[in-house]
Design a protein around this ligand. Structure first.
Ligand code: FAD
Length: 459
């Protein structure tokens, strides 16, 4: 949903690799064999960051082993099946038209991208019992929105990261109530956090989102198709149900990771380790490595937003326009849209998104509350056929949705996010260039960068 600035990305060179069936490829066995020989590179985590790092290293002729804690690959990419052959994404879904690294992968794996929304017209605000988009804003609302964007843009141009939260900044700037309302709503709905927590500097980087032009897309079949494609190439280099419990750099410049397996803890050593897991999880793993103080502070303190995503499948479309667009609303859920727009069948799915402290109040009633939220806007909504809901803060291996930055932390942490610590390299959405953080694009780009760092270290 957020719009990003343009950076060109080169498609990876096409190299012929024989594909293995995925069922054979994924293994949690044979891990004990790693005890004896130092590996070239170990990747911790098989989300898009870890998988793309491993993929790029394999393309470059390197030997890689990937250890993934869960039985399922993809981490915060998680496509699920619903009834009538339809599907939805409980994690990442939208691909912006500037997400060129992801688009290059999709093209090279033969994956199709379906259109999702056109901006700004498909972006709606539910305000005072009415759905409004930019065309139906009053003159005052339009002026308020423009004034907000101009003030945010000024911060971006000055590369300024003040010691203020979004909320504090809104209160000390002369902004109309409507401008404050859309800014606060955006913090919850797009950044999965509260306006009292997010730094204004980080928020400002995405200021052009709210009224941006352009379009976004979805991977046909769901975002997990991209994960499947990468995993298929990597084959039996990927090991599931193998959480890494400790990382230690030894005196001979090898890195040893302790891996939990069905047969107990196993140690594997490698010349390089790419750690591609969220720092919300990493800070609970002992790391014995030459980390700088700043790196330790960033790993320990980088916050992650809270997010509940609920999919509701309905027997038919009950809204008038073919594409529901993206609706922002100030309720228990703050965004809803239709992921089934380009899918076959008469059944329709609505995706409901609740971020920040409000998501933590949903607890076990997440589905009922999503249904109630939809009925606030569409009282005629019929009974649902089926539903799926996921609370990302409760996910043991994510512990949150995606990273955000508190006041001043963008400037403080940025130089340290991509820094290696001895033979340990870092990948993951949180280590991507700022405009791609919180995106699949960021995860992929971070994987490319970490792979490149490893290759350069070998020269
Ligand atoms: P992850 O996907 O979290 O991968 C990390 C992997 O490491 C996981 O598989 C995890 O199980 C594993 N792991 C963790 N700890 C260990 C350990 N100790 N040992 C071994 N393995 C471990 N992005 C978009 O581009 N568009 C969207 O529309 C979008 N919507 C989103 C909606 C939601 C609800 C969420 C949660 C995210 C969304 N994102 C979206 C963001 C996107 O999902 C992430 O930026 C991206 O998938 C992160 O990939 P990653 O590889 O950095 O991390």
């Amino acid at each position: 949903m957020r719009k990003t600035s343009k950076r060109e990305f080169q498609a990876p060179a096409t190299i012929k690799i024989s594909f293995q069936p995925i069922a054979i490829a994924l293994s949690s066995k044979n891990v004990t064999g790693f005890k004896r020989m130092p590996l070239q590179t170990i990747v911790v985590g098989a989300g898009l960051a870890g998988l793309s790092a491993a993929y790029e290293l394999v393309l470059a002729g390197q030997e890689v082993q990937v250890f993934e804690a869960q039985e399922r690959l993809g981490g915060r990419v998680h496509t699920v099946e619903l009834s009538a052959g339809q599907y939805g994404d409980l994690g990442a879904e939208f691909v912006d038209d500037l997400h060129t690294a992801l688009m290059a992968y999709a093209a090279s794996f033969g994956l199709k991208l379906d259109p999702a929304c056109q901006f700004p017209n498909d972006l709606y605000w539910y305000d005072g019992g009415m759905l409004k988009n930019q065309e139906s804003f009053s003159a005052e609302q339009r002026a308020a929105q423009i004034s907000l964007f101009e003030k945010l843009q000024l911060l971006v141009e000055k590369q300024y990261d003040p010691q203020r939260t979004l909320d504090e900044w809104l209160e000390t700037n002369e902004l109309a109530p409507f401008a404050k309302w859309i800014a606060r709503l955006s913090a919850r709905s797009l950044f999965a956090t509260d306006p009292e927590l997010i730094g204004i500097g980080f928020f400002a980087y995405y200021s052009n989102t709210l009224g941006a032009s352009g379009c976004n897309m979805r991977v046909r079949g769901g975002s997990s198709r991209l994960v499947d494609a990468l995993a298929k190439v990597l084959g039996d280099r990927v090991h599931i149900k193998t959480p890494v419990r400790r990382i230690k750099q030894t005196e001979n410049n090898l890195v040893t990771v302790s891996i939990e397996t069905a047969n107990g803890l196993v140690e594997a050593s490698a010349h390089n380790v790419i750690v591609a897991i969220p720092w919300s999880v990493l800070r609970q793993i002992p790391i014995d490595a030459p980390l700088t103080n700043s790196q330790q502070v960033a790993i320990f303190h980088l916050p992650y937003g809270s997010l509940v995503k609920t999919l509701l499948q309905y027997p038919y479309r009950f809204w008038s326009k073919p594409n529901l667009g993206i609706t922002l609303l100030d309720a228990e859920y703050q965004v809803m849209w239709e992921p089934s727009f380009a899918q076959m069948g008469t059944e329709r799915i609505l995706s409901c998104f609740s971020g920040g402290s409000r998501s933590r109040e949903l607890s076990e009633n997440a589905v009922e509350r999503a249904i109630a939220t939809v009925r606030t806007v569409y009282p005629e909504a019929p009974q649902i056929l089926t539903s799926r809901s996921y609370d990302w803060s409760a996910d043991e291996w994510a512990k949150g949705a995606y990273c955000y930055f508190r006041p001043g932390d963008l400037a403080r942490f940025d130089p340290h996010l991509t820094q290696r610590a001895g033979q340990i390299f870092f990948a993951g959405e949180h280590t991507a260039p700022v405009e791609y953080r919180g995106y699949m694009e960021g995860a992929i780009r971070s994987g490319h960068r970490a792979a490149q760092q490893v290759l350069e270290s070998l020269k």
